[in-house]
Design a protein around this ligand. Structure first.
Ligand code: GAL
Length: 690
């Protein structure tokens, strides 16, 4: 067992493959920050881990105690607690069932016992999380059990094996593998270590935390500008304006060239939008159309199968990364494009057309299709990130597939699935594995559905309305067909008013969110995370997949259409209603009611919550006027993080921590410490009570 960092251990079995997440990762482990974390002891005795070769590849067995609960495995939309389940870590664009398939599968899990395990492989590895005891283990207990009846319930009731068992990990096709163990002592420490091992959390540009709107795919530059003007005139805060496939001359596969027909003067278009303080984001996927200028350069460095008539660039090779990143830099980044939506870098098995490349594909780097699938989204992110790095500009972008060691990439996952409950679970689960997820809003079944979904997206890493299938804003009409036909609600201005107040709520939260992301960067603590990560000793949190922590102090419990109330569990401590400041004692379940205008949110007692006066957009020189909400009589101080908001100079120490504190006798005080010469925040008021 080799110690690779403070509280991180590597075990090598047999001869590992060359194309693994760690081998391909460019992330640098954050030793300094890791050294700041407290130590435990090696989480698992290496002698308790067994390894054997099989006809399928390699099998690892690790102990799993009866009391442990297991979380992680990437963006799992269908389940949070994986104890007793089988999970196949395989990338997929339609993860419709609880199989492990995911847009962002990650062979990493964290246990309530306070340790984590990462298997360094790009293979479709299967984790059997204590599904079956070894033979003979339960003989005595089975014999001693009461005789079973023959009712359907007695025969088929879900049977979960109790007692100590194993985590069995089946890594196909390999002769060996590296396994990394992460120490606690708490689950949160484990996840922090995993994220710091991955290079730390990303810090998005400040504007990325505003509202996002993706427009109708058939829109031309005139339509787009009309919408852009409308948002500003009607005071609907929007920061990022996303274009869908229609901006390109060819999009399935991609030409990566502007459509002459719809965007004849694209330079003028970008300049106009940027001048209105919109950041422009472009949709694409990596499959390269023969008409693309990159085609011939990429041809020798691509896989042996086409997708939609386009090349599959081998982004595991520097040559194709250079072509791809260089082209994006010259044609888009330097022209004012702020980011991309990297679509279809997952895989398809469950929809009618199997559109992606097969697992048997081969790539010049030596990777096969299976490995490429599990790493494609990751390589795609790092390729485009390098274009932004080269000009010292931050991006906040979208991606439909990710994987292991991804926390430092400022790319946020999304899906074509749409169940609101799954989308909330995505926020909860992504934080276990260094991922970010947006529960995007598309069309809706009703105004209620629209508003509930917007509430969830406002309390998420990326607040997005993805209106790619209809031309008018959803507050005018939620039904796609009617929206396209121009049939609007009679009272749409009322709906718009509710949407506006939610967008403004998001804008108020930006300083708090930005500071939470700084925490992610500095300490690896996920800005959005399951309650169990903060309260691992409280068994009530083990199954809570419909509420989550946002930053240090806020607990968010969204409602879905059809609900006017729900049960909310508040863990240890005293909590206050975000809206009314009403006090709730923790370690209790509450039935919480909320009208359509409110989402249940609770704040830890004795919190200082900085809320900004909402602006319409986050300009490069934006300064936020902040009212500090004082929750409780003796609040803890809070560090607001500030920097230039757009460059990487924070990595060289150019940032401030603005320490705000308050006490009952003297009121509030503000202290600014750091090397950033500017100021992003003006504390204008302190609000006590509601
Ligand atoms: C899908 C993507 C959607 C939208 C669409 C456009 O693959 O998930 O959000 O961008 O492509 O064709």
């Amino acid at each position: 067992m080799e110690r690779v960092g403070n509280g991180i251990w590597k075990l090598r079995f047999g001869v590992p493959e060359t194309h693994t997440p760690v081998q391909l990762s460019e992330a640098r482990m954050r030793h300094k920050e890791l050294d700041g974390l407290s130590r435990n002891s090696p989480p698992i005795n290496p002698n308790d881990v067994t390894f054997r070769r099989t006809s399928r590849g390699t099998v690892l067995e690790l102990p799993l105690q009866a009391s442990e609960n297991i979380y992680g495995f990437g963006l799992q939309l269908k389940r949070m607690n994986h104890t007793g389940r089988k999970k196949v870590i395989r990338v997929n664009s339609d993860p419709v069932a609880d199989t492990g398939d995911s847009h962002a599968p990650v062979p990493f899990y964290v246990s309530t016992a306070g340790y984590g395990v990462f298997v360094d492989t790009a293979r479709y590895v299967t984790f059997y999380c204590g599904t079956n005891p070894q033979k003979g283990t339960s003989r005595d207990a089975t014999l001693a059990a009461q005789k079973l009846g023959t009712s359907e319930r007695e025969l088929y009731e879900k049977h979960i094996d109790q007692g100590n068992r194993n985590m069995s990990i089946d890594v196909p096709s390999v002769d060996g593998v590296d396994v990394y163990l992460f120490e606690g002592p708490t689950m949160k420490d484990v996840v922090q270590r995993y994220n710091l091992f991955s290079g730390g959390g990303c810090l998005p540009p400040m504007w990325g935390l505003g509202m996002w709107y993706r427009i109708y795919t058939k829109a031309d530059s005139g339509d787009a500008k009309r919408l852009a003007n409308l948002f500003r005139e009607e005071r609907m805060p929007i920061d990022v304006f996303g274009l869908e496939p229609g901006w390109q001359s060819r999009s399935y596969s991609c030409s990566f060239a502007w459509s002459e027909e719809r965007f004849p003067d694209h330079e003028e278009f970008i300049t106009t939008l940027n001048a209105m303080n919109y950041r422009v984001n472009l949709w694409e996927h990596a499959f390269t159309h023969p008409s693309s200028e990159m085609y011939w350069d990429l041809l020798p460095y691509s896989g042996n199968f086409e997708v939609w008539g386009g090349l599959v660039p081998d982004l595991g090779m520097q040559e194709s990364r250079d072509v791809f990143a260089g082209y994006h830099l010259d044609r888009f980044v330097k022209q004012g494009i702020s980011g991309f939506k990297l679509d279809e870098c997952d895989n398809s098995d469950y929809v009618q057309s199997n559109w992606s490349f097969p697992d048997i594909a081969t790539f010049p780097s030596g990777m096969d299709g299976e490995q490429m699938h599990n790493l494609f989204g990751l390589l795609y992110q790092s390729t485009l990130q390098s274009a932004f790095e080269s000009v010292g500009e931050r991006t906040y972008s979208q991606v439909r597939s990710s994987g292991p060691l991804a926390s430092s990439y400022p790319f946020v996952l999304y899906s074509d699935l749409y169940k609101h409950e799954d989308f909330i679970r995505g926020i909860v689960n992504s934080g276990f594995s260094g991922l970010l997820w947006t529960p995007e809003v598309r069309s809706a079944d009703s105004v209620e559905d629209l508003i509930r979904r917007i509430q969830t997206t406002v309390f998420s890493p990326l607040a997005l309305l993805n209106c790619w299938t209809f031309p008018n804003p959803p507050w005018m009409q939620v039904d796609e067909d009617k929206n396209r036909n121009g049939e609007f609600f009679d009272d749409y201005e009322e709906v718009q008013k509710v949407c506006r107040s939610l967008f403004e709520l998001r804008m108020k939260l930006i300083p708090y969110l930005y500071s939470s992301f700084a925490e992610y960067f500095f300490t690896g603590t996920p800005p959005f995370r399951a309650l169990v990560l903060d309260y691992p000793d409280d068994a009530n949190t083990y199954e809570i997949d419909d509420a989550y922590m946002m930053g240090e102090s806020m607990l968010v419990a969204p409602l879905v259409a059809g609900q006017t109330k729900r049960m909310v569990y508040l863990p240890l401590g005293t909590w206050r209603d975000f809206w009314t400041h009403e006090v709730f004692e923790g370690e209790n379940w509450y039935e919480v009611e909320a009208d359509l205008y409110h989402i249940p949110v609770f704040v830890k007692d004795n919190t200082l919550l900085p809320l900004a006066n909402p602006v319409q957009y986050v300009a490069d020189d934006a300064v936020f006027d902040i009212t500090v909400q004082v929750f409780g009589d003796s609040p803890r101080g809070f560090f607001l993080y500030e920097d230039d908001g757009t460059t990487f100079e924070y990595r060289e120490g150019k940032y401030n921590k603005v320490y705000i504190s308050w006490d009952i006798d003297h009121g509030g005080s503000v202290k600014r410490v750091g090397d950033y010469p500017g100021a992003r925040y003006r504390i204008v008021d302190w609000a006590i009570g509601t």
